[in-house]
Design a protein around this ligand. Structure first.
Ligand code: ZN
Length: 183
């Protein structure tokens, strides 16, 4: 078998896994403080291109990718960079879950976070929308406006899930909200 045949026959990284690796890396090189986000490549930490697991695939810039292949950056370091990214993502996901519970109460918040409710129709105060935006940018949350607005308050209920708990006042904006799964 020639090398090129091997290259062609190796299993490609599933698109969903590529997306997960990219988002957990923030679409930037995974080496701490590198910040390169233009020339990015996938690297298999253990050198086995068939081992397509999230832990084994790290997003690197072209320079750091070459350094990894030249063993200037060893596997132990790459695993540590990867561990930091995954830990950060877990912490971010927990922060999102906590915020959803704060907004909607524990029962509904957990349902949205765990995707037991695929899509929640919600009315949110603009300040709450701002609080949720970092999670939208991290591609953990989808939030689409339904182009509706209404005033919120205890005597003006317009839906089942709006901001009774966090900001039940002001003008609310309607959204369809759903969490993005990890796999
Ligand atoms: Zn880099």
């Amino acid at each position: 078998m020639t090398k090129s045949t091997y290259e062609n026959s190796r299993p490609s990284i599933p698109a969903e896994l590529e997306r997960m690796v990219k988002t957990s890396a923030g679409h930037a090189c995974s080496v701490q403080h590198c910040h390169e986000h233009t020339y990015l490549e996938f690297h298999h930490i253990d050198g086995n291109r068939e081992n397509n697991t999230e832990e084994n695939i790290v997003l690197l810039c072209d320079k750091h990718h070459k350094m990894a292949h030249d063993d200037v950056i060893d596997r132990k370091s790459l695993r540590e960079y990867k561990r930091l990214l995954i830990a950060h993502r877990v912490a971010t996901r927990e922060a999102l879950r906590d915020l959803l519970c704060e907004i909607f109460g524990v029962v509904v918040g957990m349902q949205i976070a765990s995707q037991a409710r695929e899509t929640a129709h919600v009315v949110l105060n603009p300040a709450t929308v701002e609080e949720l935006m970092p999670f939208v940018k991290a591609e953990m949350l989808r939030m689409n406006s339904n182009n509706s607005m209404c005033s919120m308050g205890a005597n003006n209920r317009v839906g089942n899930e709006f901001e009774d708990l966090k900001r039940p006042y002001g003008i609310g904006i309607g959204f369809f909200l759903s969490c993005v799964g990890e796999s």
